[in-house]
Design a protein around this ligand. Sequence first.
Ligand code: 5GP
Length: 180
Amino acid sequence: MNGIILFGKRFVPYIPHAELEQDIDRLARRMNADFAGGEDIPVLLCVLNGSILFTGELMKRLEFDMELMTIKLSSYQGTSSTGSIREITDISGDVSGRRVIIVEDIVDTGNTILYLRNKLIEEGASDIRICTMLLKPEVYHQDLKLDYVAREIPDKFVLGFGLDFNELGRNLKELYILDE
Ligand code: 5GP
């Protein structure tokens, strides 16, 4: 089986790029239906670095006017969550009174999304929706509704399509999974 080795760990192909694109097509159709005809301009909040590719693919498919903002957070070290969130850079614009769609690469324990949701409430966002490319339902136990989930995956470390392992692998087009 073909795979790649990074920092001594082996990753094998898991989800082809074409399938990820189909997932995003489906998600974008739902979002377009939900946001069509709105009078305000919602904020698409890309959570850097992991969701950069997902946000780009999603944006190409969105048909309503939106403003892109970014925030850079970090919670993972190696292949597991540290539990504490570090804010590397703040939100790139003013969200008060705005509808915000958080765009995440992956929701695991949900600590990051909860942190961000609370921050957006404090900063006066008028409505908050959560959109994620991937969700690990076996691990996610927060009392917080995830509005748009492109794909559910098992509780295993994945890599590629924006997701890294110690900052490497983000450029892989398809998704790889840790071969244990
Ligand atoms: P949470 O706070 O939900 O536990 O974790 C969310 C963040 O952890 C994601 O934005 C991502 O940066 C990182 N993360 C969680 N699971 C994985 C994974 O399987 N692979 C990679 N590369 N990052 C992950």
